[in-house]
Design a protein around this ligand. Structure first.
Ligand code: HEM
Length: 411
């Protein structure tokens, strides 16, 4: 199980070797060029693709944006967005709906509300359309499809991403400058959303703030890194629940009991729902593969690694490995409850990565997914559309090929 090395690609499944790549010897493993190139349109200078000093400074400065207290302050926005989806679905009682589409709308709306609490301004619809096209084009790229191609950027421009990106960037610049003006005029009156926090962010070590291109790149980064991943996590959870009457009832009971209580502690009370989401992230990790380029030679799980090797850590493979998990293909959220959760090897379960570059939005994503899944289950019984076969496809993220058509019936 140590690893498989084909030419210059090494797939690593050994937890100790994973620890070495992502935590103990990170100076030898950089986010690889492929990943950077795929993501680079508009995202360079953002936290996901930055490196070295720029990354360290940003990571320290941006930590408070995703801290527990901040994420809890987003609960009300998440509940509102979920409630609006429930209302839409109620009006289509008994019909077949593509839940993947519904849920993607939800995650974008949550980002919109948590990032720009006072809205997108006059050009809201135009921005949404530009964003949709931009992410659709990016979503068509699979890093593994383009192995060996000299450049992805021309393909991006062929798909008319660039004009969309420009429109999107201009709109964001307007929103940012409007907000800067408001902060200057009335600091106490501006919403405490991600945008304000981003503009106020300072590296605690140097006092340095983000420059304009970094602000814009991070707005794009949060949307790019946060919306489709979280949507897939929710979509897969709904699929798995539709196959498990036991867990449907458990989540329904928890939703009935907890959703109307105090919203401050809501995320902490959705214990079983969260276990379902964590189990779903195990079976269908939205980021199915994490990759790094080796800057120099190394040894991983007894195998020599040459300079330039692309090291791939694939949560999809790791999370279903027979030597690491009992009955790995079985959906069993009990793995993530109580002591069982504590017993999971930190380097065998990586839906959000591990080490210094671990996902900064993990608790936001888990909280959002728990709230949305609980809200859906509270009101609806889920049934996969008759005859539809669900199978995963890897296109930047791991999603169900052909979406998730479901008959959604009011409980
Ligand atoms: C279920 C949902 C999510 C999953 C599965 C996920 C997964 C990941 C993974 C695996 C990484 C590490 C990649 C690597 O090491 O190469 C990562 C990094 C990152 N994620 Fe997430 N993510 C999710 C949601 C979010 C959200 C909601 C946001 C922000 C709003 C976000 C923002 C980021 C950023 C900025 C990074 C780069 C961090 C750094 O390099 O310092 N993610 N994510």
């Amino acid at each position: 199980m140590g690893g498989l090395s084909i030419g210059r690609v090494a797939l690593v499944n050994d937890p100790a070797a994973i620890r070495r790549v992502l935590m103990d010897n990170t100076q030898n493993y950089h986010k690889d060029w492929l990943q950077r190139r795929v993501l680079s349109a508009g995202l360079s200078n953002g936290l996901l693709t930055a490196d070295g000093h720029q990354w360290r400074m940003q990571r320290r400065a941006l930590a408070p944006l995703f801290a527990r207290r901040t994420v809890i302050s987003f609960t009300a926005a998440m509940i509102d967005v979920a409630a609006a989806m429930v209302e839409r679905l109620k009006s289509r009682d008994g019909q077949i709906e593509d839940m993947a589409v519904e849920v993607t709308r939800v995650t974008l709306e949550v980002l919109e509300k948590t990032m720009f609490a006072d809205g997108l301004g006059r050009s809201a619809e135009e921005i949404r359309v530009a964003m949709k096209h931009y992410f659709e084009a990016i979503g068509r790229l699979d890093p593994f499809d383009v192995l060996g191609l000299s450049s992805v950027v021309p393909r991006l421009s062929r798909w008319k991403v660039r004009p969309m990106l420009r429109l999107f960037e201009t709109a964001i610049d307007t929103i940012v400058s409007t907000r800067r003006r408001r902060i200057a005029e009335d600091p106490a009156g501006v919403p405490r959303d991600i945008l304000t926090l981003l503009l106020e962010a300072r590296d605690p070590e140097t006092g340095e703030g983000l420059i304009e291109v970094e602000v814009r790149a991070n707005i794009l980064t949060f949307i790019a890194a946060g919306h489709e991943t979280t949507a897939n996590s929710i979509t897969w959870s709904l699929f798995l629940l539709s196959q498990s009457p036991e867990w449907c009832s458990r989540v329904q009971a928890e939703a009935d009991r907890e959703l109307d209580g105090d919203i401050g502690g809501l995320a902490d009370r959705l214990v079983e729902t969260r276990a379902v989401i964590e189990e779903s992230n195990r079976l269908y990790p939205p980021i199915a593969a994490i990759s790094r380029a080796a800057l120099g030679p190394d040894e991983l799980a007894g195998e020599p690694i040459r300079r330039g090797t692309m090291v791939v850590i694939a949560p999809y493979v790791l999370h279903r490995h027979h030597s690491l998990w009992a009955d790995p293909d079985r959906f069993d959220p009990r793995r993530f409850l109580g002591d069982a959760r504590e017993a999971i090897d930190r380097f065998a379960y990586l839906p959000f990565g591990v080490g210094p570059r671990i996902c900064i939005g993990a608790s936001l994503a888990l909280q959002e997914a728990s709230i949305v899944v609980a809200a859906v289950l509270r009101h609806f019984a889920l049934e996969l559309a008759p005859g539809h076969v669900v199978s995963p496809i890897h296109r930047a993220t791991l999603r169900p090929s052909g979406g998730l058509p479901m008959i959604v019936r009011r409980r």
